[in-house]
Design a protein around this ligand. Structure first.
Ligand SMILES: CC(C)(COP(=O)(O)OP(=O)(O)OC[C@H]1O[C@@H](n2cnc3c(N)ncnc32)[C@H](O)[C@@H]1OP(=O)(O)O)[C@@H](O)C(=O)NCCC(=O)NCCS
Length: 177
């Protein structure tokens, strides 16, 4: 991969991107597009806390020249354990930036961030059963598929099966280890 991505906080200059991804169905694609919703919600969220909170957060995925190519997010997903022990991540790239390793690299950075700066024991990801690129990206990082959530999410005109993946802190190896 020529361009290693980085994660950074969204800035005011990124507000057009945050608006685009809720107004343009093509921007993040059919696996992510939920239908038309409040077009200002993401911008309002940025104005509130820069899109970084204790339980939910989103970061910009950028290339070395700082071009903004996607969004990475996490939310607390405590399963009866201690607060902050489990997070669910999400990642979506603009169409022209897919299929060249950026999604794998950005999700690896996201997992590394959570294991470095939070007490997370477990990081989860859910994706459509037919989102093969996302399955492969997660598996390359070390996530394991744990099961199928049948008919769990309404997208693309029908209830979709989702698969759940997770990685535990002890499973995670940074890329250069
Ligand atoms: C899913 C997504 C994040 C993956 O990132 P990416 O940069 O496109 O994927 P990568 O280039 O890192 O490739 C990851 C693996 O998937 C494979 N792959 C990439 N695109 C593929 C495709 N369209 N179909 C099948 N496999 C594909 C790659 O060959 C690679 O496999 P490998 O690890 O065996 O070499 C990205 O495609 C995307 O943003 N898609 C739209 C939004 C989305 O679906 N997000 C996930 C929602 S949960």
């Amino acid at each position: 991969m020529d361009d290693q991505p980085a994660l950074r906080a969204f800035t005011e200059a990124d507000l057009p991107f945050l608006q685009r991804i809720v107004t343009d169905p093509q921007a993040l694609g059919s696996f992510v597009w939920p239908g038309f919703k409040d077009a200002q919600a993401r911008c309002r969220r940025w104005e509130k806390d820069g899109y970084i909170g204790t339980d939910t957060a989103a970061l910009a995925v950028v290339l070395p020249d700082d071009s903004l190519v996607g969004i990475a997010s996490w939310e607390a997903n405590n399963r009866g354990g201690a607060a902050g022990g489990c997070y669910e991540i999400g990642l979506a790239l603009l169409p022209g930036y897919r299929g060249r390793g950026l999604g794998t690299a950005a999700q690896r950075l996201l997992v590394e961030h959570l294991f470095t700066y939070t007490l997370a024991h477990r990081v989860e990801a859910q994706t459509d059963a037919d989102n093969i690129a996302e399955h492969k990206a997660l598996e390359r990082i070390g996530f394991r598929q744990e099961g199928v959530l049948r008919g769990a999410r309404f997208r693309r005109g029908m209830w979709q099966d989702m698969v759940i993946y997770a990685i535990l802190r002890d499973d995670f190896l940074p890329p250069d280890s």
